[in-house]
Design a binder for this molecule. Structure first.
Ligand code: SF4
Length: 65
């Protein structure tokens, strides 16, 4: 299982992850990242890994369990 978390304290409000995966990531009223789905379906895993790699502040963390 893949688990995704994100750290709003280091989020730079770039919206990249929300743009890529609107069902997994959202933004709060300040624009900071919120994870909507910590355990996304398998068909989203590669895109989640890509979003983590692409986050400019490395605020998205993926663990494989
Ligand atoms: S890609 Fe990173 S910096 Fe940009 S909104 Fe998502 S968590 Fe924040």
């Amino acid at each position: 299982m893949l688990r995704v978390t994100a750290n709003p304290e280091t989020c730079a409000v770039s919206s990249l992850c929300v743009y890529r995966l609107p069902g997994v990531f959202d933004q709060d009223e300040d624009g900071l990242v919120v994870v909507l789905d910590e355990t996304p379906d398998g068909d989203l895993h590669e895109e989640v890994r890509r979003a983590a790699r692409g986050c400019p502040t490395k605020s998205i963390h993926v663990t494989e369990e």
